[in-house]
Each structure stands twice: as C-alpha cells, then as structure tokens.
Design a protein around this ligand. Structure first.
Ligand code: HEC
Length: 187
C-alpha cells in the first residue's frame, strides 16, 4: 500500500515537469514564428507606404501577408495566422478558443497590461490528438491607422470597400489590440 502510494507520487510529480519542459520548446518555436512573421510584414508595409502610399500598400496585407504566413508555417513546421474580433478578411475568423483568448486580451488591456507583451498558450484536445496553441496580441501602432484608424483617406476606404465589403477593422486607436498572431502545433 505504502509502496504503491509512493509510486503514484513519483509519477504525478514527473508528469507536469516533463510536460512543462516540452512546452518551453513549443513556446520558443511559436515566439520564433511570430518574430519571423510580424517584423517582415511590418517592414513590407512600411516600404510599400513609403514608395506608393497606403492604397499601394493594401496589396501587402491582401496578398503578401497570407504568403508570408504560409512560408513561415512551412519553414517552422507549424501553422501561423492572424485573427481578430473585428475582422477585415472573414477568412481570418477566430474559432471559439481564439475568440476567448482575444476577449481575455482585451480584459487584460483594461487592467493596464502592456499589449506588446501579451501572450497566452495552452494544450488543447483536437480531433486528431493533443495540440499546442499559442496567441500573441498585436497592438495598433501609428502606421496601422492609415487602414485601420478612424480617419481613413477616401481613396484607401474605397479600395478597402471593394476588396472587403464586410470590413469591420476600422476605428482603431494607437494602443488598441488590433488582433493577434495565432499558432498551432500538433503534439
Ligand atoms: C495599407 C493598409 C493597411 C495597413 C497600413 C495595415 N493593415 Fe492590417 N490589414 C489590411 C488588409 C487589407 C487586411 C486584410 C488582409 C487579408 O486579406 O488577410 C488587414 C488585416 C489585418 C489583420 C488580420 C485580421 C483581419 O482583420 O482580417 C490584422 C491583425 C492586422 N491587419 C493588423 C494590422 C496592424 C497591427 C497594422 C499596423 C502595424 C496594420 N494591420 C496595418 C490593411 C492594412
């Protein structure tokens, strides 16, 4: 009886330790994917705005963002994308888990937490087994306002209307959470 209890205790104490060591690697890989995606997109956006103005830069988000996401996903052997509670592209729609995390991010913002450092991860059960899921908040910066702000230039607004007839991703201010990067890894 005593020996059995001892054995269970050892198993119970090794389990979470082993799992948290594994998750450190998943967290690091997710952060690396976000670092490969986010700055590349922002640089492409800034240079397109500089060379041809915001109307010209729309194609960066429209065409290049999904391409960069696909190439980072392939490089890193995971899946990365972007999502939001107020969508521009309905294809970026959050699932229930992502929606809950985005709502929690807004609640954390309301308590004064810095959105630039906000992240959340969890192991969830999926149809095919266990999956590691990670999200990182994307704060709204000055450069974003040309296409997500309150006063959008009419030429930009009209191009957005054409491409995204159900666009909800306007009216943001600097410091708002525009959305999040979302990463999935099969365990
Ligand atoms: C030149 C216009 C433009 C600028 C500037 C811009 N975006 Fe966007 N954004 C878009 C377009 C267009 C889409 C839709 C992309 C797609 O079809 O996947 C988009 C989509 C997004 C999405 C995906 C969720 C959704 O609503 O579909 C996020 C998150 C996002 N933008 C964040 C930002 C942030 C943060 C900045 C500033 C660093 C920024 N954007 C600057 C045009 C822009």
């Amino acid at each position: 009886m005593i020996r059995r209890t001892g054995l269970i205790l050892i198993v119970a104490s090794l389990g979470p330790l082993a799992q948290s060591a594994d998750l450190d690697a998943n967290v690091a890989e997710s952060r690396a994917a976000v670092s490969a995606f986010g700055p590349r997109l922002k640089t492409a956006l800034q240079s397109a705005i500089q060379s041809g103005g915001p109307v010209n830069a729309i194609q960066v988000c429209n065409v290049q963002a999904p391409e960069i996401a696909d190439s980072v996903s392939e490089d890193k052997g995971l899946h990365i994308g972007r999502t939001s509670l107020k969508l521009r592209n309905p294809g970026n729609k959050p699932d229930d888990w992502e929606r809950q995390v985005l709502e929690d991010f807004n609640a954390r913002l309301a308590t004064g937490e810095d959105p630039a450092k906000m992240e959340f991860y969890e192991v969830v059960s999926s149809g095919s087994g266990q999956m590691f899921r990670y999200m990182k908040a994307i704060p709204t910066a000055q450069v974003c306002l040309a296409c997500h702000g309150v006063d959008i230039d009419p030429a930009v607004a009209s191009e957005l209307d054409t491409l995204y007839p159900s666009d909800l991703a306007r009216g943001y201010s600097v410091g708002d959470i525009r959305g999040a990067f979302t990463v999935e890894q099969n365990l």
